[in-house]
Design a protein around this ligand. Structure first.
Ligand SMILES: NC(=O)c1ccc[n+]([C@@H]2O[C@H](COP(=O)([O-])OP(=O)(O)OC[C@H]3O[C@@H](n4cnc5c(N)ncnc54)[C@H](O)[C@@H]3O)[C@@H](O)[C@H]2O)c1
Ligand SMILES: [Zn+2]
Length: 405
């Protein structure tokens, strides 16, 4: 038996933010990030709509990108004091993910961060509050997913919390919020969405319910992402839907080792001021992982099918997979994303020598590979990498060398 879970209500289209007026409750806590929602006026609108719905509103502001366990615990404490019956998380993946984890702790104060990380084993939620997510980036789709990614900075590791219970009750996908994204954010979040759709499509847990949304998302992202990056606002609006479809697929089919590797490298060099942004990490690793996974015959056919859907040409499955890899690399070029960690610079743009020193990378490689294998996303990857293979794969992602193993 498999389960397919989505928010009960999904409001989409321009102006969908107004759906906040329909929430029924007494107290809402709005959780937001560092200031973009406030600066752009969306926070004030959200407050106004919730007050119109008759709710008392309190803000929890300042959730940092790649939120920490400490922030989660602080937010949960604020919730315990205010006692909201609605949690409204607004912004990119970071504030929404943090609010999901705060919600778990608020509902179950005895639950430790280690407890939360036990896959699909959370206690029941919704005894105290319901959850509404309003996304402002076009990538993570956390507004519809049963995942939350929290970083333990002491260990330098990102942990996915996964449970059907944390899929929000209400998702608001209003493209007005995504139109203000700067170019770099558009590129990274867009390639994150592409990775979600492709990994979900080849996941060992894919099914008849996840396949169609994954394929449709891939087609939309192929058509719209580069245009959106170049300022086409119709394409930008489409991307907001496309990433949400990709999220509907991966939330129910899970992901693969591109994400395992991104989770375990993202914060691994934070002590060198070197943070590898999630979407950029995925964009660099995806072509390498496709080459690795395509050694599995079923995965190869499924990648070939994706290439056909993208109308990339090719006569054999091998040619089609090669065309898919080439297409993704050309998208990275169009989006100004480097092809490997070695060339990933401080500003995330391609540079001759990136900010992750080679000797540090090699020294930490065995540990990072071990952690990546242990990541929850590895469970549904079509090929199970050994420690040696994962190290080779990560090296290929560092140097941009060919994957022929
Ligand atoms: N829960 C999931 O299923 C899932 C999936 C993939 C990634 N993630 C996680 O999500 C996080 C990344 O989220 P993200 O990529 O959405 O970025 P983010 O939330 O970290 O935001 C990045 C920056 O963009 C700004 N910003 C956000 N929206 C904006 C807008 N509309 N206009 C201008 N600026 C805006 C923010 O203020 C912030 O400074 C990572 O921690 C990643 O691991 C979660
Ligand atoms: Zn992702």
């Amino acid at each position: 038996m498999q389960r397919f879970t989505l928010p009960r209500d999904l409001y989409h289209g321009k102006g969908a933010l107004e759906a906040l007026k329909t929430l029924k409750g007494k107290k809402a806590m709005i959780c937001v990030g560092g200031g973009s929602m406030k600066r752009l006026g969306f926070l004030a609108k959200a407050e106004e709509y919730l007050k119109e719905a008759g709710m008392e509103v309190q803000l929890f502001e300042g959730i940092e990108p790649d939120p920490s366990v400490t922030t989660v615990m602080r937010g949960a404490k604020a919730m315990e004091e205010f006692e909201p019956d609605w949690i409204v998380a607004m912004g990119g993946g970071s504030p929404i993910d943090a609010a999901k984890a705060m919600w778990i702790k608020y509902e179950h104060p005895e639950c430790t961060f280690e407890d939360m990380c036990k896959v699909f084993a959370l206690p029941e939620l919704r005894k105290k509050a319901h959850f509404c997510a309003v996304s402002s980036t076009s990538g993570t789709a956390t507004e519809v997913t049963c995942f939350s990614i929290i970083t333990d900075y002491d260990k330098g590791i990102k942990y996915p919390i996964a449970d059907f219970g944390i899929a929000p009750d209400v998702a608001i996908v209003d493209p007005n919020l995504a139109e203000t994204m700067p170019q770099k954010l558009t590129a990274h979040t867009g390639m994150d969405a592409m990775t979600h759709a492709i990994e979900a499509y080849v996941s060992t847990a894919h099914c008849n319910y996840t396949d169609p949304v994954a394929i449709w998302a891939i087609r939309m992202i192929q058509r719209d992402l580069v245009n959106s990056y170049n300022g086409d606002m119709t394409a930008r609006d489409n991307m907001h839907d496309a990433q949400c479809l990709a999220g509907q697929a991966f939330s129910n089919a899970s992901l693969g080792i591109v994400h395992s590797m991104a989770h375990k490298t993202g914060a691994a060099f934070a002590d060198y001021g070197a943070h590898i942004i999630h979407g950029a990490a995925n964009a660099m690793y995806l072509p390498k992982v496709i080459a690795f996974n395509a050694k599995d015959p079923e995965a190869k056919s499924r990648y070939a099918f994706i290439a056909d859907e993208m109308k990339l040409g090719g006569n054999t499955e091998d040619e089609k997979v090669a065309n898919l890899i080439a297409k993704l690399r050309s998208m990275n070029d169009a989006l100004n994303i480097p092809h490997c960690i070695k060339h990933y610079g401080k500003d995330s743009y391609p540079t001759e020598q990136g900010f992750v020193p080679e000797d540090v990378f090699l020294e930490r490689l065995p540990e990072i590979a071990k952690n990546a294998i242990g990541d929850a996303c590895t469970l549904t990857n079509p090929r199970k990498p050994s420690q040696e293979e994962m190290e080779k794969l990560l090296k290929a992602c560092y140097y941009d060398t060919e994957v022929d193993f």
